[in-house]
Design a protein around this ligand. Sequence first.
Ligand code: DP6
Length: 401
Amino acid sequence: MASEEKPLVVVTCTAPVNIAVIKYWGKRDEDLVLPINSSLSVTLHQDQLKTTTTAAISKDFTEDRIWLNGREEDVGQPRLQACLREIRRLARKRRSTGDEDPPPLSLSYKVHIASVNNFPTAAGLASSAAGYACLAYALARVYGVDSDLSEVARRGSGSACRSLYGGFVEWQMGERADGKDSVARQVAPESHWPELRVLILVVSAERKLMGSTAGMQTSVETSPLLRFRAEAVVPGRMVEMTHCVRERDFQGFGRLTMKDSNQFHATCLDTFPPISYLSDISRRIVRLVHCFNAHHGQTKVAYTFDAGPNAVVFTLDDTVPEFVAAVRHCFPPESNGDKFLKGLPVRPASLSDELRAALDVDPTPGGVKYIIATQVGPGPQTLDDPHAHLLGPDGLPKPAA
Ligand code: DP6
């Protein structure tokens, strides 16, 4: 392959954030990152939220190195090492099962990796899924691997394997002890449900929260409810959610999304010592959503929360302006009124007197810092424009423009 004679092989890719509507919480194998239940997620559009990663290999590099958001980080971190080991194993396997060629030199080359997010990590938005999906995808391109990347991404962060595809994605838990059948699969493409919208309500984080990895480990060890959920509840919900997505049944989709988020947070409370990721503002958002739906006599909006206080709200495009007006009413923007809404444009709307009266919440100024309006989006992409590379010809991060 001609590229293997080049002094530097470099690729740049982007990958999306995903938000689970049937949650992953708990591992049956910590090392291989195998879950105790299947999960299902929606891939968010990269116009609003994405990770960009450049990977470069060269015979001149003396060690693997990584820079995140411009800062060099420890490449020895176990999860990163697991991804690197796994991709090199796949690359070796591919070459050895192909022609009789000896393993190419590039397999022994060290890699330099640089990665940035287009959204503030400080906002508390899950970035590890997009980050590890992007890493897996970029490493695969640079080492010439075209097999399933679920395992590579999963070894970085479980939920990352769902960011390898666009649209609606399931992570099948699998049964095998070696994890070979624990893979992500697309349920429906991003074009499947064009009216679906996603609003991320960024809530001020009050304190440092327990990370997902440690949190779910404690839950597996102590929560009988979590075991019950994994064995008796999630299998049926996976079938039901897949059906709702295929039929574009928003009522069913929304109700099940909320119930599954609530059950996940119930297992956190059932964990000992208990974990609580929701804040007062999160609970006010829950109430707002239920008041809004009750007023309309149907499920028009649905919330879900991960391991933090931010709400992700699903709705259909014709409901967005009214719901955003309701959020503004309940959480009047403090100083940044003009920057309150980011992402997709939203038509201004006013609240009817009836809806205002139905929203049985005392306004909490500044409770929601801002909203990111987005939609369902595609999976990882490779960028062809060499200007997109985050590493220069010397293999070091380009100075920030
Ligand atoms: C609540 O994928 O971050 O967001 O596999 O330990 O890295 P690790 O955990 P992670 O957990 C995500 C948990 C969740 C639910 C979900 O995304 O399914």
